[in-house]
Design a protein around this ligand. Structure first.
Ligand code: EPU
Length: 437
């Protein structure tokens, strides 16, 4: 550039979330439908011809991605207010392309239902993401036991099974996605499928309820053994999913960072016992109300140790939120991540905010600080993004959370809902000065 001087200019504005230190929160927040239920219910609509209606659906980009996937199979979809209608045709094109599966891993949950309904499915291999390689061996092995012929080539999983047969499957780990794929495939298989060491998450119970309403015979969901007796056909239904446990956790964590007293309407306390116990150890009090949860937090929390585990343990999806809270609490907390050992990738962003966290393998040692320090940080995944917003509430000065597309994948109106509780959080234009030489 002319005299060799670098040229500084502003790149086009990016929408970021601007967070300022918050006064104590107060008021009511309404918890929406669970993302990780809705996505699987949408996948399950492919199991029957006709119109399924799902109510209480969050307006998040993962739902739009799943609807796009369903449209690609030939279904017609509409999404108005919080109601999704999916009209599934008699004949589907069971092909899930790379672009959609790679942008959202939950897309892989179409494999089981498509295979059961169409006798074949071609679904892109989901690949890794921000917290690890995330293999699919348990999904594949179970479907093979059910008689599917599966080949992985050119980045796609090609599955064929003119007739799926019930089988006995013991999972090496209670995988949520594998349990769901097997359950959905088994609904239309010949004979009984038994899943041992099944995942027990509330979203599994919700999916089983949806399938049973469609005419499936699923027994034992929520326990370690699920039995599915195959039926010859299913019918479309209407359903309202369970409330989102992770969205609830975000508002509890925000309360922990800012202090105050809030009610979380629509939250399901029975799904949140272990989380509430842990928060209780930190001095954040919760109690069940007629239609949700009440919570109160002092200005300063106490540290505690925690271990993530499959349900009913402390969910891995809460882990970044809890680490953010511990970095603002009195004392030292040890967090052990057992579900996704590489799920500490966001910690570097908290370090930018002055947090004192040391990651050793699958453990994080978090020393609480009096205050964090507002900084520009990047959301590395859905839940880590929310954790950075929470950390910003307990930081001096302004925090700008970039890469908000991750947050929009999983949270409907997070900024607006926090602002309604009195948090100083807003969408903002943010321009990055760049240097062009
Ligand atoms: N695993 C395997 N092989 C498999 C499947 C899983 O080794 O075939 C391993 C995974 O690598 C991981 C562990 O088993 O170490 C648990 O994975 P799981 O299959 O249970 O997770 P998932 O179904 O891929 C869902 C949620 C995640 C949530 C986990 C654990 C959806 C769309 N995703 O993932 O949610 O963390 O269960 O509860 O339901 C999120 O919403 O942000 C999110 C990441």
């Amino acid at each position: 550039m002319g005299n060799g001087e670098p040229l500084k200019h502003q790149v086009a504005g990016e929408r970021v979330i601007r967070v300022r230190p918050s006064r104590p929160l107060s008021g009511e927040v309404i918890i929406g439908g669970a993302k990780n239920s809705v996505l699987k219910l949408l996948a399950a609509t492919t199991l029957s011809e006709g119109s399924c209606v799902i109510r209480g659906v969050p307006r998040i980009s993962d739902v739009h991605t799943m609807l796009e996937l369903l449209e690609g199979f030939g279904s017609r979809t509409s999404f108005a207010n919080d109601v999704v209608e999916v009209v599934t045709p008699e004949t589907l094109t069971p092909h899930a392309p790379y672009e959609l599966v790679s942008s959202m891993r939950a897309s892989f949950s179409v494999l089981g239902p498509l295979l059961a309904r169409c006798g074949e499915a071609v679904v892109a291999f989901p690949g890794g993401d921000d917290f690890g390689t995330r293999p699919i061996d348990m999904h594949i092995e179970a479907l093979q036991r059910m008689g599917a012929d599966i080949e992985i080539s050119h980045g796609y999983v090609h599955a064929r099974a003119p007739v799926l047969k019930g089988a006995s499957v013991t999972l090496a780990w209670p995988s949520v996605g594998a349990t769901e794929n097997i359950m959905m495939a088994a609904t239309l298989a010949k004979g009984e499928t038994v899943i041992e060491n099944a995942a027990r998450e509330p979203e599994i119970v919700d999916l089983a309820a949806f399938l049973n309403r469609m005419g499936a015979h699923v027994l034992g969901a929520g326990g370690q053994t699920i039995r599915v007796e195959g039926v010859s056909g299913l019918v479309p239904v209407e359903h309202t999913p369970i409330p989102d446990r992770v969205e609830t956790a975000v508002f509890l964590a925000a309360l922990g960072a800012a202090g105050g007293e809030i009610t979380l309407s629509g939250a399901q306390p029975s799904h949140l016992r272990m989380l509430c116990d842990k928060l209780g150890e930190m001095d954040l009090r919760t109690s069940t109300t007629r239609n949700g949860l009440w919570a109160m937090s002092p200005n300063r929390l106490r540290s505690t140790d925690m271990v993530t585990l499959p349900y009913p343990g402390v969910a891995t999806d809460y882990q970044p939120l809890l680490v953010a809270l511990l970095s603002l609490a009195d004392g030292v907390g040890l967090v052990t991540e057992n579900v996704f050992p590489n799920r500490f990738g966001y910690v570097g962003e908290l370090l930018r905010m002055g947090a004192d966290i040391r990651v050793e393998g699958r453990c994080a040692i978090v020393r609480g600080r009096e205050r964090l320090s507002g900084a520009t940080v990047r959301a590395t995944d859905i839940r880590a993004g929310a954790a950075l917003v929470v950390a910003g509430l307990g930081a001096e000065g302004e925090t700008h959370v970039r890469d908000t597309r991750h947050i929009l994948r999983g949270f409907d109106g997070l900024v607006e809902k926090l602002a309604a509780l009195g948090a100083d959080v807003a969408w903002a234009e943010w321009s990055q000065p760049t240097v062009v030489s």
